[in-house]
Design a protein around this ligand. Structure first.
Ligand code: PMP
Length: 551
């Protein structure tokens, strides 16, 4: 598209207008006394108007984005750029804009403000883009096409090949909103800006840069379009303090995405295991969309526990969905605890009625008391993810040894009264894991039943296990230290005892050694190895590995 073609898209009044210019724009000298702008002469840090062109800030943005200042517009949030796009291109009452649905609500709001018809094309059920339908919704008066990628609230990113095809076949302006691109696994389209004169890319300092309160959004486009934005905006749309702070921030650090992305994956994994959560949609943003069995009920429970999420269940295409922003680890923990306990209650009945879970040898157990709330999932054949979070670092480390060395996938999420003591949490995790093991074993048909190991590490640890159904627990290991890491050593035997009793198995543990850490790690690994042997499928065709014919 050539500049003259672009000109045809612009409202004639905007194309012909003379923009406001300040006395300082018009002057060529180096004035020292400013009697031009009716400001207060008394210096307080803010008595002068800020730079209307945000020269320094744009240079810094250009540097980090690999572009030049004449390709950049800075607005009061990217919301300002959305509104200005309508004001520049859409003749009120005549032109229209097209977008997808569901998507970010401000495209429609700004259309309404600017008396512009807003047409939407539904995403497919898997949230993919129906390119043909999108282009077919446009007519000769369609000036703007809004696409948000990664999309809010669905969280998915549209493939670059599809976006570039749409941009090159559309005869108007494509506004590609990349507010969440920093959280995505792929780069956005900014490096291709030069190839598409009809493209405006929106990004923001509100998300990955953590500066939503300062209100700075970016639009990247051809110098022709950027000039139009500059002509139409309020002269001093970014205040001086904001310019200063954002500039300093760019010079000293970058966007913060790593921990959010890691938390997003963790939260997604845990939520995916909750029976009340029907679907966790994959996300390339800093939020996830989840389809819930009872979205209103869950929303209410979260709110009662002080957690607000976005209820999107009333939006076509998002029926049953809540949108959950990724917070800090502890914030996500609190949200997850509410969700898992809400789902646990809902699931308890189901779990007992479904009983044996058949060939798949997996189980899910929820347990909630006034002291702890615990969710555990186990897959004896290692088909699921493993994730452990109990709030006790050393205990997590030991449980991870069980998962790793047994080949059993284990998901354990526990929130206990650690402010009181570790006792309840450790004991209850043992109980829940024992239950999960028993439930996953089901009828025990075809299993090895016995497991044992011989000395491991420099410490000698041996664990004997019999999954036959009788319960006998023996412990022969002493610890000189009161704690290892943040775990009391007296709780090691208590954990295994709780597990053995609730799994109904014989468990004999003994260990000797000098190094306390190695000794207990040896016990957990030996337990894992013994368990691995005992749950394995027996290569001999006993249906039940007992002379009694039952276990
Ligand atoms: N685009 C999208 C897709 C958004 O979700 C948001 C805000 N939630 C914005 C733009 C607006 O961001 P800003 O804070 O830069 O106005």
């Amino acid at each position: 598209m050539e500049t003259q073609d672009l000109e045809r898209l612009v409202r004639p009044n905007i194309l012909s207008m003379r923009p406001y210019s300040t006395a300082r724009d018009e002057c060529e000298g180096r004035p020292e006394i400013f009697l031009d702008a009716n400001e207060s002469p008394y210096g307080n840090g803010f008595n002068r108007y800020p730079d209307p062109h945000q020269k320094q800030l744009k240079e810094a943005v250009a540097r980090i984005k690999g572009t030049s200042p004449d390709h950049i517009f800075l607005g009061n949030g990217s919301d300002e750029a959305i509104d200005l796009a309508y004001r520049i291109f859409c003749r009120p009452g005549i032109d229209n804009a097209v977008s997808i649905t569901p998507t970010y609500g401000m495209y429609g709001v700004a259309a309404a403000c600017n008396d512009t018809e807003f047409r939407t094309v539904p995403l497919r059920e898997d949230f993919s883009l129906d390119e043909e339908a999108l282009l077919a919704a446009a007519d000769a008066n369609t000036k703007l096409l809004f696409i948000c990628s990664p999309n809010n609230p669905t969280g998915n990113r549209f493939p670059t090949w599809q976006l570039t095809r749409i941009i090159s076949s559309f005869n108007g302006i494509v506004v590609l909103d990349e507010a969440y691109i920093d959280f995505s696994s792929e780069e956005g389209l900014l490096p291709m800006l030069g190839s598409f004169p009809n493209l405006i890319i929106l990004q923001t300092f509100s998300k990955a840069w953590g500066m939503a309160g300062l209100r700075v959004g970016m639009a990247f486009a051809s110098p022709f379009i950027i000039r139009l934005f500059s002509n139409v905006k309020y002269p001093y749309n970014i205040n001086g303090l904001t310019q200063e702070i954002v500039l300093k921030r760019i010079e000293t650090s970058g966007p913060e995405t790593g921990p959010v992305i890691r938390e997003r994956e963790r939260v997604s994994r845990v939520l995916a295991e909750c029976p009340g959560i029907l679907k966790v949609y994959p996300s390339e943003a800093n939020f996830i969309l989840v389809k819930c069995r009872d979205p209103k009920g869950l929303y209410r429970k979260l709110l009662d526990n002080g957690v607000i999420v976005r209820d999107r269940s009333g939006i076509p295409g998002c029926e049953g969905c809540l949108r959950i922003t990724i917070g800090t680890g502890p914030e996500n923990d609190r949200m997850l605890h509410t969700v898992t306990s809400a789902c646990g209650r809902e699931n308890r009945e189901e779990a007992s009625s479904s009983g044996q879970e058949g060939e798949s040898r997996n189980s899910t157990v929820f347990r909630e008391t006034s002291e702890t709330g615990i969710a555990a999932m186990m897959d004896l054949d290692g088909k699921g993810p493993s994730f452990i979070s109990t709030g006790i670092g050393f205990f997590d480390h030991m449980l991870e040894q069980i998962a790793r060395h047994s080949g059993i996938s284990m998901l354990v999420y526990a929130k206990g009264d650690l402010n009181v003591d570790e006792h309840h949490t450790i004991e209850d995790v043992g109980i829940v894991l024992g239950k999960a093991l028993a439930k996953a074993l089901g009828s025990k048909i075809g299993i090895e039943r016995y497991g044992f190991v011989l000395p491991m590490d420099e410490s000698e640890a041996s664990v004997l296990i019999d999954l036959g159904g009788r319960t006998d627990f023996r412990w022969d290991a002493e610890f000189k230290r009161e704690r290892i890491g943040d775990m009391p050593t007296e709780m090691f035997s208590h954990f295994f005892k709780s597990l053995a009793e609730s799994a109904c198995c014989n468990l004999h543990v003994s260990a000797t050694g000098e190094n306390e850490h190695h000794k207990i790690e040896g016990i957990f690994k030996a337990f894992a190895r013994a368990l691995k042997m005992a749950v394995a499928h027996d290569r001999f065709p006993y249906s039940i590995p007992s002379s009694k014919g039952v276990l």
